[in-house]
Design a protein around this ligand. Structure first.
Ligand SMILES: Cc1cc2nc3c(=O)[nH]c(=O)nc-3n(C[C@H](O)[C@H](O)[C@H](O)COP(=O)(O)OP(=O)(O)OC[C@H]3O[C@@H](n4cnc5c(N)ncnc54)[C@H](O)[C@@H]3O)c2cc1C
Length: 421
């Protein structure tokens, strides 16, 4: 039976638009002719993000992209479009324990690389991806949400079972060999299909905003572990890299705090909030001279027991979410995109059904290993920096100093964090 599409992707966030781009870009020769639909509940803007010079000109949601994610975007031909809009390479990382003397500094030059990663606004990433997707033959259905999904019976091939059937909230029905849910942490698709997750609430909210600081950020990502949660200042630039160092006073803030304290901080008058935020960083970047609107996100770790059913797969936040302290969430999601795109390409080249469960389970096995390993590392960090008895705190600070004095160990840690180890 011929379906309306070979693949329906649900959700045009970073993960969904990256998968649509990967499958349509020609990077995988086998997927070039696939009929792809991208369904997004919201209207997708077709204007590029404005170049702002004010705190409100930036997206408060940013991602620290690892070298591995950047390499993939380069292969898909979209990285130059992101840097042409704006992205900020960071060459240093300073991480310290606010309740002791422990500090670790990472430096690109010492590690023999030109940068450690890039901070890119989420809307810049999606704008560049969607601009590439629009140039291909991808059917973009925006402003309509998936309302229900019926999957082929397990064990039957998609041809025999008629593939997966997706009904949108505008009443239309589409069929496909494979439906991929990239519909975020609350994944309505995952829930509609009753796919269970293991989840626990961190009892923390992340406050995000953009600030202008009085001293230059030095293209460094700053992170301190306070008694009530980690605080990151991530460097931003106002224009493309070629525009030089202009705007090196802007930073994106991710301040994870216990829920109650986060609500109190959000309610503070602006001047007092700025004072507390600068003080939490020990004034290492001076004072805060301007702050954007503040937003907050509840933090939860979540992991789907299965990433795949017959004719259906989960990617990125729909499959897993982690604490933002290591800036790895969407980097893991981009890893999912790479693995699933390769799985689809291999199946198509072999003339096999794209939704075959055995193949999707291979994708699941490959990604679960990486995702679980990173989840365990991030969880370990989170717990290590929770309030602990004094001797444990001394040990922790001693440990940080030891790591800082061992270049080979720092190199190993950094390679893993950059997605290269
Ligand atoms: C404070 C914070 C800081 C972070 N910092 C980093 C970082 O530095 N580095 C990093 O790697 N990660 C970071 N992350 C994680 C990262 O932001 C997420 O992993 C990423 O945004 C998830 O992208 P996604 O495409 O999977 O989902 P989403 O961005 O949630 O996109 C899902 C899309 O699906 C659409 N949708 C939902 N339901 C339907 C439906 N029924 N029908 C159609 N469409 C639907 C939604 O409208 C949305 O557009 C951070 C997270 C937080 C909370």
């Amino acid at each position: 039976m011929r379906h309306d599409f070979d693949v329906i992707i649900v959700g045009a966030g970073i993960a969904g638009s990256a998968l649509a781009c990967a499958l349509s870009s020609g990077f995988y020769a086998a997927t070039k002719g696939l009929r792809i639909a991208l369904v997004e509940a919201h209207k997708i803007s077709d204007t590029l993000p404005a170049r702002g010079g004010e705190v409100e000109g930036f997206d408060t949601r940013v991602s620290a992209l690892t070298r591995a994610s950047i390499d993939y975007f380069e292969k898909l031909g979209v990285w130059s479009a992101m840097t042409a809009l704006r992205s900020c390479p960071f060459v240093g990382m300073q991480v310290w324990d606010a309740r002791g003397t422990g500090e670790i500094n990472f430096n690109a030059q010492a590690m023999g690389v030109d940068y450690l990663g890039h901070i890119v606004e989420n809307r810049v990433i999606t704008a560049a991806l969607m601009s590439a997707v629009r140039e291909q033959r991808v059917e973009i259905l925006d402003g309509c949400a998936v309302a229900s999904i019926v999957l082929p019976t397990a064990g039957q091939s998609e041809q025999a079972a008629g593939g997966a059937q997706v009904t949108l909230d505008n009443g239309s029905t589409l069929t496909a060999g494979l439906v991929v849910a990239a519909d975020g942490a609350h994944s309505p698709c995952r829930q509609m299909l009753g796919m269970p997750v293991r989840a626990w609430d961190y009892q923390q909210d992340a406050i995000v905003c953009t600030v202008a600081v009085s001293q230059p950020h030095q293209h460094t990502a700053w992170q301190t572990f306070t008694g009530t949660g980690p605080l990151a200042y991530l460097p931003l630039m106002t224009g493309p890299q070629s525009s030089g160092d202009a705007g090196s006073h802007y930073c994106s803030i991710v301040w994870s705090q216990t829920r109650e304290r986060a609500q109190r901080l959000l309610a503070l008058p602006e001047a007092e909030f700025c004072q507390q935020l600068a003080s939490a960083l020990e004034f290492r970047l001076g004072d805060i001279v301007a702050v954007s609107q503040r937003r907050s996100f509840p933090l939860q770790q979540q992991h789907a027991i299965d990433y795949a059913l017959e004719g259906f797969a989960l990617i990125a936040d729909a499959a897993h979410t982690i604490h933002p302290l290591a800036g790895q969430g969407i980097n893991l999601g981009i890893g999912d995109v790479q693995e699933l795109a390769q799985t689809i390409a291999t199946a198509h080249a072999a003339g096999a059904p794209l939704g075959e469960l055995a193949r999707l389970q291979r994708y699941q096995r490959a990604r679960k290993t990486d995702n679980l390993a990173m989840m365990a590392v991030v969880e370990g960090f989170k717990r290590l920096y929770e309030p602990v008895p004094l001797p444990v705190m001394w040990l922790r600070n001693w440990g940080m100093q030891q790591v800082n004095s061992q270049p080979w160990l720092k190199n190993k840690i950094l390679k893993y964090a950059m997605g290269l180890g």
